[in-house]
Design a protein around this ligand. Structure first.
Ligand SMILES: Nc1nc2c(ncn2[C@@H]2O[C@H](COP(=O)(O)OP(=O)(O)OP(=O)(O)O)[C@@H](O)[C@H]2O)c(=O)[nH]1
Length: 408
């Protein structure tokens, strides 16, 4: 099964809810409007600019990281998607009305045209028209609400909705068309941040993994380690959350599954000292990658900040460029809370990229769009389950379509 299908199935809570709400929204309006129809969206001239179709992305790497060699110090630019078409001004609440179409708060939507019935063959074969609804202010407001409910954030929901209205305002649209249009807009926002974790020639490449307790750090390290191993890389893991014996044990289980050594230290010992030992071992063995798990106790931020900066200080004694990546792992089920976690962790550590986990267990998948829109930090991978292969590169188009409940 393609990963898209798997993701679509696993993201059922997000996509089904959104999809159902969009269907309901269109059907509701369709039933109360006159049977008359205007030009359907497909035929409507797009008066204002539609987003430029993104240039084809280069072939996907096999895993959530870029194949080496990749020059230092810039992340693998060749694999980064092309710059997106500029987004319309976020402050603009609604598009400029085209001369022949009404704009929000200005003129009413154009008079609907007489209904176009299905042709003879259409009637003969029982073709039924899908419900359509005029995209007017009321529908745009409902759309905004649906997107906000999906945790996309107010600002992002307003912008996406305004962009949807461009060239479609006053037209009769089906739920499928709205979903397609939303998926295109969302993919546009996500495109610039969808970047695989860059690989550097440094040995070991040090990846510091941060995030609150339970966000999925350990699981993500296990999944990444397994993917790197499968790609022929040698990996060492350091169980840097020395305060939680359970966290260390869990990491050992993942290490065994991935066939990767896990360095541990006695409970309560200094994580920086473990990180230093792990760095020494990884260098001595010529390991390609050292992944360091860290504690996620936000209750005492000063302690955590001191702990993280000490880890960074000591590993820099061995390699002044380390850590090469600082991954922040976020749990999608926390919804809007993920936004504040990014703000906090950016102050605690030099976050270089994000991994979003648990997209399979939530109706809050839209938060990823809000994150991309607000912070512009690279999103390297997404987790859609607890199994070792449930971590995938972040593909904006697939994600946007899965979020909208659209099929392949
Ligand atoms: N459904 C689902 N569960 C996940 C995913 N990623 C992690 N989990 C689960 O989330 C729980 C917490 O994951 P951990 O990897 O232990 O999180 P952590 O950040 O290391 O947590 P601490 O060890 O408490 O710091 C575990 O039960 C994982 O199996 C995912 O993508 N989907």
């Amino acid at each position: 099964m393609s990963f898209f299908k798997k993701m679509r199935e696993k993201m059922f809570r997000s996509s089904d809810r959104l999809s159902d709400e969009l269907d309901a929204l269109v059907e509701e309006g369709a039933s109360t409007e006159p049977a008359a129809t205007g030009p359907e969206m497909d035929e409507a001239p797009l008066i204002l600019d539609r987003p430029a179709a993104p240039a084809p992305r280069p072939a996907e790497p096999p895993a959530t990281f870029a194949p080496d060699p990749v020059p230092v110090p810039e992340p693998a630019r060749a694999l980064a998607p092309p710059p997106p078409a500029p987004l319309p001004d976020p402050d603009r609440r609604a598009p400029e009305p085209p001369p022949e179409a009404g704009g929000r708060d200005r003129e009413p939507a154009p008079e609907p045209e007489p209904e176009r019935r299905p042709g003879f063959f259409g009637r003969m074969f029982g073709q039924t028209e899908e419900p359509r609804r005029i995209l007017d202010d009321a529908m745009l407001e409902s759309l905004e609400e649906v997107l906000i409910q999906a945790d996309m954030g107010v600002e992002t929901a307003l912008r996406v909705t305004a962009n949807i209205a461009e060239g479609r305002y006053g037209r009769r649209v089906s739920s499928r068309e709205i979903k397609e249009a939303l998926a295109t807009e969302i993919a546009r926002i996500l495109e610039p941040v969808a970047r695989p974790m860059p690989l550097y020639p440094s040995r070991p490449q040090v990846v510091l993994v941060v995030g609150v307790n339970g966000s999925g750090k350990t699981t993500t390290i296990g999944k990444l380690a397994s993917q790197f191993r499968a790609a022929g890389k040698s990996v060492v893991i350091a169980a840097g959350d020395t305060f939680r014996a359970a966290a260390v044990e869990q990491l050992q289980v993942w290490g065994r599954r991935a066939g990767v050594p896990v360095l541990t230290a006695p409970e309560g010992s200094d994580p920086a000292s473990l990180a230093f030992d792990a760095m020494t071992k990884a260098q001595a063995e010529g390991a390609d990658l050292l992944m360091i798990d860290t504690a996620g106790r936000l209750q005492n931020r000063t302690d955590l900040m001191e702990e993280l900066s000490k880890i960074v200080r000591v590993i820099r004694k061995k390699d002044p460029d380390a850590p090469h990546n600082t991954l922040l792992v976020l749990d999608a089920t926390t919804g809007q809370n993920a936004l504040s976690q990014v703000e906090i962790f950016r102050k605690l550590a030099d976050v270089s990229g994000l991994v979003m986990t648990k997209l399979d267990g939530t109706a809050k998948g839209g938060v990823l769009v809000a994150l991309a829109d607000r912070f512009g930090l690279p999103i390297h991978a997404i987790g859609v389950g607890e199994q070792i292969d449930d971590l995938a590169p972040f593909d904006p188009e697939e994600f946007a379509r899965a979020l909208m409940g659209l099929d392949d």
